[in-house]
Ligand binder design. Structure first.
Ligand SMILES: Nc1nc2c(ncn2[C@@H]2O[C@H](COP(=O)(O)OP(=O)(O)OP(=O)(O)O)[C@@H](O)[C@H]2O)c(=O)[nH]1
Ligand SMILES: [Mg+2]
Length: 161
């Protein structure tokens, strides 16, 4: 049986082992809706299962990290808040990744979330008609860049934690 939190690659792992696309996969949580047996050879089958989460998180940061990586349905989290929490975490922990992605041409280092949002607006051209900054677009860019690995390979938890 392959079990774990949503959207981490359980179905992909089974397909890789089976050597065929027997289980449905997709880049969002909740793709596998029910249990599904997939036969590897006559005597071995693997059970694909829907992603599961704890009924309650021990602490807020655990829930935040699960949301950062896209294991909570984006429809039930506030994108603005998620982007800000993620942005602040990245500034505090891996500032160099942000500098490389969004601030190469500036001499001022990104030191706060507003500065980060403005840097994304500038470098990725997030403007509304009329020239107003489109922060909503910048928020989505930050989340997508983090999840797709565009900011680099970033580890959220360390053994020392
Ligand atoms: N970069 C990378 N992406 C992966 C890997 N394994 C899976 N993915 C991608 O992650 C996304 C989720 O994969 P799934 O196999 O559907 O994940 P799941 O755990 O079965 O998700 P649920 O069924 O929703 O719980 C898909 O877009 C996969 O292509 C991996 O090893 N590396
Ligand atoms: Mg699945």
């Amino acid at each position: 049986m392959v079990a774990g939190i949503p959207n981490v690659g359980k179905s992909t792992l089974i397909n890789t082992i089976a050597g065929k696309s027997a289980a449905k996969t997709g880049n969002k949580p909740g793709v596998t809706r029910g249990n599904q047996w997939i036969r590897l050879i006559t005597q071995i089958e693997l059970l694909d299962t829907p992603g599961i989460l704890w009924p309650k998180f021990e602490d807020e940061h655990t829930g935040e990290m699960i949301a950062f990586i896209g294991s909570v349905n984006d429809l039930i989290v506030n994108t603005s808040e998620l982007a800000e929490t993620l942005g602040k975490w990245l500034i505090a922990n891996v500032p160099a990744c942000l500098e490389t992605a969004y601030n190469k041409d500036s001499e001022d280092k990104i030191s706060g979330y507003q500065q980060l949002a403005d840097a994304i607006v500038k470098v990725r051209g997030c403007l509304r008609p009329g020239g107003e900054p489109d922060y909503e677009k910048a928020e989505n860019i930050l989340i997508n860049d983090f999840r797709s690995g565009r900011l680099g390979r970033i580890t959220l938890e360390r053994v020392s934690d």
